[in-house]
Ligand binder design. Sequence first.
Ligand code: ZN
Length: 429
Amino acid sequence: MRRQTSLVDIPVDIPKELTDLSKSFADVLLNIGSLYELQLKGDLPVGVENGIWREIPKRLGITEIPETQKDKFEEQIQTLEKGIFDLYPIMVNCGESEMDLIIGKVFSSEGDSVSYYSGAAGLANNNYINILDQFDSKLETLCQKLSVRSLDDGESIKDKAPEIKCLDVFSLAGGLDVSHKPICVFFSGGGPENISSLSNLTVFLNLYSARFRALTMEIAKRYLSGVEIIEGLSDSEISKLLLIWLRGHDVGHFIGEDRLGDKMSEFDMDYMILHELKSDMIALYSFRLFSDDLLNNGLLEKIYYLSVAEMLRYIRRGNILKHPDSASAYLAWCYFERSGAIKYDPGCGKFKIDLLLFGDAVSEFSKELLSIFSEGDAERARELVKRFGNLQTTNENDPSPRDCSETLREVIKDTDIAHYIDYNFITDK
Ligand SMILES: [Zn+2]
């Protein structure tokens, strides 16, 4: 049984003034790719590493840069030369456009605790800033509805939430070019990397939407009853809904008190899974606040379908104990099935969503999770992770959780629908 990869064309229009820069960024990403390959082989002595790394500022240094940007660019290169902790963005503005290169090391998405050389280059996409601002304008209301104090220290949730930025990516390298292509990166811009210090979030928006169309939509068509309501979504609607979901999830990490972090290590798998789960539920909970504006004209229903379809995509990765976000999606799915909000219909072989029950289940589950975190009850936390059975895999041929329902096992095993995605970047017309 071989899992398929879907190859998707990604056209990105590079403004003429930035062509030279885009070539320079692409060259740098080749260096990042070499560092990554050597790292994987376990064949990267410090001397070689430094040698390849030093090529990067050299290559950037001979790039044609708009006159007004030269000083800033020089400064950024100097920072890079000093060595970087996690990821570092180089940003160049030119007229209306901005091109970014993000390079450095990120923790592997495959769950081992090694950080790998990674990089991405793209053009800033500012089309959704208003939508994100509108979402953020209701963060205090969201906290009130969830009956949580915004934050202990009187700081507003808005200041605490990471700054979000969207890129249309035209090149990926290293740890970002793996089979499970990440759609965003977090970086701290200085301090040690942990959930509470990651202050910047860059979303690869064009890749995110493309992945939704190529993978999630196919899963939805095959397995979700009522999928018609999301089939007609335009590209910009998909981007908008995905961003609202992501922003909700993202701020969800920062909402509510966290005494659990004192009891369990931040690298404890149960803790990481529940952190994702709390954020997922807060995202789903947040949607109802926008039924009259951001999510009016039927978009509210659509974003629920889109979220459920995305849950299936996460679950289909299998090996869920290696991926806290997949384990979170699985636990949420089991919770919704148990509460009757999601039901399998053997007649059509698809899952049906009951939106009323779904809304109730989201409220209850959000509150349960928030209380586990605020009370710091590690025992309740571990019980919750075990509530729906054993999450481990049975054997190498079956990546599903051991106690998974047979219907869900079929969805995970289904190799007619691609599990992975690859991109064919097209930058010259
Ligand atoms: Zn998360």
